[in-house]
Design a protein. Structure first.
Length: 463
């Protein structure tokens, strides 16, 4: 099942947006046309995608239509993704929030308050679905992107001054986003496993409760030292008394001026019942049978200010070292959703648009959000299955012929990695031995130029 392939922009846009419920088929055709242009001309700005003035005016009118909003534009893609996740197999539903910052656009009105309260823009809450295709020897998953399982774009407002705890808990809050999508969908069918993965922001009662009620597995990084049910103490205390299962390694990316490193971590786990919190209406029932896996770095290199230390709350068994290593591997796959947000910002240029109203920006963000999914899967395949042929099949013979004419036929043929690197070379990537894999900006520039060349070839051939 090739879920996020690189069909031509027109074919892709037709698949993703043709069935949006916008109240008029002409609007659907306009949406497909806009998505086609944006996919072929990444960069986030409409003038860049529509050099023709008449088409540009039509795009502006489209985004100014009241029935065209974020949810209606993105909904067909969400539904297609959820349908793909019904097939037998294991799927990671990875959730994260990223700020879209338009503070540099002073003319843009109707934006939310983000960051430290001084920024202006949106909070984009994304749940990326990835199908696990294989496992490495280090017990890390290799996957294929199915698409966005859910996405919400909101304009946050500051909390009311003087708000009581009861009032805060009684109104919709940012914390209410996490795992909320599962309330409105059926759980996974037989033979299909969904594993919800989230960072410390989702360490509270409701995400675990929702997952347990809907038959969805979870791996959530703990933030709090939780109370155990029946006054059995605290979580960290219970973990301290658990036996060590063994050791494994975790790749730690560079941060805070510290270089990337391979951390050696010690694993220990315990099964606990977590005490229920107070909510408006009373105390909640305990969360029964939750497993906690502690991942603690040993012998951290000199100069590391904060050795790696995770507490992962999970529904998955982790009684053996092999089981625990797979849980760690699944959690480290959380970087895929971070890569998605990088593709959206650095590649699709979502923060570059000069539209002057928040309501106009939201449907554009929805289109670009789906555009950003397009190349993410190819980049992942180039890393996890560099010698595979999925990218070759989805690019098509015309695009490959252009790449071959420009750079020659690569040694080993058009593998996933060779297709991606050649495309990035069109965007300025040098592809020297020490350069590693290309970044999003060169990939998008290269893809833009390749689509332009394909269009020119089609015109010249009379297509």
């Amino acid at each position: 099942m090739n879920a996020t392939t690189l069909h031509s922009p027109g074919e892709w846009a037709q698949e993703e947006f043709a069935f949006a419920e916008l109240g008029d088929q002409r609007r659907n055709r306009r949406l497909v046309n806009i998505a086609t242009k944006l996919a072929a001309n990444p960069g986030g700005t409409l003038p860049q995608a529509f050099p023709d003035w008449a088409e540009l005016k039509a795009a502006y009118r489209f985004f100014d239509t009241p029935t065209v909003d974020f949810q209606r534009v993105v909904q067909p893609h969400l539904e297609r993704t959820r349908q793909r996740c019904q097939e037998p197999g294991e799927y990671l539903i990875i959730e994260d929030t990223s700020n879209l910052d338009y503070s540099a656009h002073p003319k843009t009105r109707d934006l939310g308050v983000i960051g430290d309260g001084k920024g202006r823009g949106f909070e984009l809450h994304s749940a990326l679905a990835v199908r696990v295709e294989a496992w490495t020897l280090e017990q890390r998953p290799e996957g294929q992107v199915m698409g966005l399982f859910d996405q919400q774009c909101r304009r946050p407002c500051p909390a009311p001054k003087g708000e009581s705890r009861r009032e805060r808990l009684g109104r919709p809050r940012k914390s209410s986003w996490w795992a909320e999508v599962f309330r409105g969908v059926d759980g996974p069918p037989s033979g299909c496993r969904w594993i919800y993965i989230a960072d410390r922001e989702s360490d509270f009662y409701e995400p675990i409760q929702i997952c347990q009620q809907r038959g969805i597995d979870f791996i959530i990084r703990g933030f709090q030292d939780r109370r155990l049910a029946e006054e059995a103490g605290k979580l960290r205390e219970a973990l301290a008394g658990a036996p060590v299962l063994g050791q494994c390694t975790v790749e730690v990316r560079s941060r805070g001026g510290e270089p990337a490193r391979t951390a050696i971590v010690e694993l220990r786990s315990v099964q606990v019942d977590l005490d229920g919190p107070w909510r408006p209406g009373g105390w909640q029932e305990p969360l029964r049978g939750v497993r906690a896996l502690e991942v603690q770095e040993v012998d951290a290199p000199e100069g590391v200010k904060e050795p790696l230390h995770w507490v992962l709350l999970t529904s998955l068994p982790c009684d053996t070292l092999a089981e625990a290593r797979r849980i760690v591997g699944r959690y480290t796959a959380r970087w895929w959703v971070e890569e998605y947000h990088k593709a959206l910002k650095s590649g699709a240029g979502v923060e570059e648009s000069q539209l002057e109203r928040g309501g106009r920006l939201e449907p554009l963000i929805a289109v670009l959000g789906v555009v950003a999914v397009r190349l993410l899967n190819t980049k992942m395949l180039a890393r996890s299955r560099p010698e595979g042929s999925e990218a070759k099949e989805s690019f098509g013979p015309e695009a490959l012929a252009i790449l071959e004419e420009k750079f020659g036929r690569p040694k080993g043929g058009w593998s996933n990695r060779n297709v991606l690197v050649a495309t990035a070379r069109l965007g300025g990537f040098l592809a020297r031995k020490h350069d590693g894999m290309p970044g999003w900006q060169t990939i998008w520039r290269g893809w833009h130029r390749l689509m332009w060349m394909c269009e020119g070839l089609e015109i010249l051939s009379g297509g």
